[in-house]
Design a protein around this ligand. Structure first.
Ligand SMILES: Cc1ncc(C[n+]2csc(CCOP(=O)(O)OP(=O)(O)O)c2C)c(N)n1
Ligand code: SF4
Ligand SMILES: [Mg+2]
Length: 285
């Protein structure tokens, strides 16, 4: 029986007191314990940033990638070892800026994994520059006259036919945890955009600001996440009312199900014949 103690952090946490990342950490721990997943069954892949430190604070397999480059490695790991629960995480700058091309390709490819973006609308680790999701007019040292138009990650995900699109809020741990469980159980690529207050650099989108606006899409019995038009209009809501929950779902075959691994077994379990490796290497000498 897995308990939260199995997921206790091994190193001191270096986030600011009050950071929204703590809520995400709590929600993840709860989800993993509820699913009775053991640390050796999970792989966390992250890029660089405050969000990129997340895997250091949970026990489990960890792969730290370059800034914006976590998704290709995470997909490869799942393809080689489908038994792993692959969790990929990073910031809005990491995922929508530096790694934006990988994000679009991954949604299209549809490998089974959960991608969590800690969306604090700033490049926090590097001291608060504007990110792709910064609110228009956000003033920083690199945008002294205010940043320009913002990217809408949910609309981008729906347009890319991402098979599961969720929005969570770091200030509602119970709901976020249940959304993480839904994403982990999903066959295909699941994206969770998490509203994550940054108490040091984002003084607009605070816990209080979100709490006054956030509501659950599941409160509306007529909302159907499988209706793409409905999903698009939900994705466009911002500022006055902000929906959280399952925004869009399109169940379609996961990439890894069409691979040879299902006939011959996963790549990670294949016998390696050293003589074949040697002749292969010699081809390149
Ligand atoms: C290729 C590359 N570009 C820039 C950087 C510098 N850098 C490190 S973290 C970071 C900001 C990360 O912002 P975000 O992904 O939103 O994560 P947060 O810190 O906000 O959680 C930047 C620009 C880097 N390490 N590598
Ligand atoms: S700078 Fe912002 S995102 Fe980074 S730890 Fe502090 S509050 Fe969290
Ligand atoms: Mg950020």
């Amino acid at each position: 029986m897995v308990t939260v103690l199995d997921y206790k952090e091994a190193v001191p946490i270096a986030w600011c007191p009050g950071c929204g990342n703590f809520g995400i950490l709590g929600a993840m721990r709860k989800a993993l314990v509820d699913l009775n997943l053991e640390p050796h069954q999970i792989l966390m892949v992250s890029g660089i940033g405050q969000a990129g430190k997340f895997p250091h604070y949970l026990k489990g397999n960890v792969l730290n990638e370059l800034h914006g480059r976590a998704l290709p490695a995470a997909q490869a790991a799942k393809i080689c070892n489908p038994a792993l629960t692959v969790l990929c995480m990073g910031g809005d700058g990491d995922g929508f800026g530096e790694g934006g091309n990988h994000f679009i390709a991954a949604m299209n490819r549809n490998v089974t994994m959960t991608y969590l973006v800690h969306d604090n609308q700033v490049y926090a680790l590097t001291k608060g520059q504007a990110s792709p999701t910064s609110d228009p007019g956000y003033v920083s040292r690199t945008s002294p006259e205010g940043s320009g138009p913002k990217l809408n990650p949910l609309a981008l995900a729906i347009a890319s036919d991402c098979s599961l699109v969720i929005r969570g809020f770091a200030g509602d741990i119970e709901h976020l945890s249940s959304m993480i469980k839904t994403a982990i159980n999903h066959k295909g690529f699941a994206f969770i955009d998490i509203l994550q207050p940054c108490v040091s650099f984002n003084h607009k989108n605070t816990f209080t600001w979100y709490k006054e606006r956030v509501y659950k899409v599941s409160d509306d019995p007529n909302y159907n996440p499988e209706d793409r038009n409905m999903a698009f209009s939900k994705a466009l809501e911002w500022e006055d009312r902000i929906p959280i929950g399952i925004i869009y779902r399109h169940v379609r075959p996961a990439f890894e199900t069409g691979l040879l691994a299902h006939v011959t077994g996963p790549l990670v379990k294949q016998e390696i014949d050293p003589t074949k490796v040697k002749s292969l290497v010699q081809e390149y000498l």
